[in-house]
Structure formats: structure tokens, C-alpha cells
Design a protein around this ligand. Structure first.
Ligand SMILES: [Zn+2]
Length: 143
């Protein structure tokens, strides 16, 4: 039951909430012991804050929940590959695993030859089509 797809679907629901708020639709959840401990979506427009990416908020929220800054035994599910800023924050968090929906060839950290913390396992391509099409749809509507 608690598959990568199961939690990615929840991240996608967060992306849909962002879409409805006219935010670039990216969402994520942080899971610990099969339990969602943080959920967030991009809020850069709402908060007027370029750092308000879904991952940044989820990292803060998960750390608050755990009462510690390191996200040990936690997995982040995010619909789009994290950018350089978020990958830096994820490295500092020492998160155990990051599961990515769709790749972001331009702004993602992977093509910048960056890596996360040495302890962090990375999985990519979970519900890739759904995760990328919501972003494409958003920008198509903008044009
Ligand atoms: Zn980011």
C-alpha cells in the first residue's frame, strides 16, 4: 500500500492546490515511517518570496514536527526535480531519500552536477507523466 506512487499522488495533490492558486504547480510531502509529517506546495506568488518553493517549506515543517533539524529516516516526495537552492537545503537536512516525479532539465540540480548528502538515496521518474503535464498545462494556460 505505501508505495512510492502512493505518496507521489499526495505530492501531486499539493501541486494541484498550487495550480488553483495560480502558483507554478509543484508539490511535495515528507514521509517518516509511512506517515506524512509535512506537506507543501509552491507559494512564491502568494508569499512574494522567491524562496517559498514547496521543498523549502516542507523541510522547515518536517524539522518542526520532528523537533530536530536533521530529517533522518525521512523521504521527500516531490513532483518536480529540486532546483539548486532546494537541493542545497536538502543536503543540509541530511534527508534519507528523495523521490522525484519529473526531471527539470533546465533548473534541476542533477544537470548542474550537484548531488545531495552522501547518505541520501535518490529515485526519479515516479508518476513522471502526471507530474510534468501539470506544469506544462499551467504554462500553456499562461500563454
Ligand atoms: Zn527549489
Amino acid at each position: 500500500m505505501f508505495t512510492d506512487e502512493y505518496f507521489m499522488k499526495m505530492a501531486l495533490q499539493e501541486a494541484e492546490i498550487a495550480f488553483e492558486k495560480d502558483e507554478v504547480p509543484i508539490g511535495c510531502v515528507v514521509v517518516s515511517n509511512n506517515r506524512v509529517i509535512a506537506r507543501a506546495h509552491n507559494l512564491t506568488e502568494t508569499l512574494n518570496d522567491v524562496t517559498a518553493h514547496a521543498e523549502m517549506q516542507a523541510i522547515t515543517s518536517a524539522a518542526n514536527f520532528l523537533g530536530g533539524k536533521y530529517l533522518v529516516n525521512c523521504t521527500l516526495y516531490v513532483t518536480l526535480e529540486p532546483c539548486v537552492m532546494c537541493s542545497g537545503a536538502l543536503s543540509w537536512s541530511q534527508i534519507s531519500k528523495v523521490v522525484i516525479g519529473a526531471r527539470d532539465e533546465q533548473r534541476g540540480f542533477i544537470n548542474k552536477n550537484l548531488s545531495l548528502h552522501s547518505k541520501t538515496e535518490i529515485v526519479s521518474g515516479i508518476m513522471e507523466n502526471e507530474c510534468s503535464s501539470i506544469v506544462k498545462e499551467f504554462f500553456k494556460a499562461k500563454r
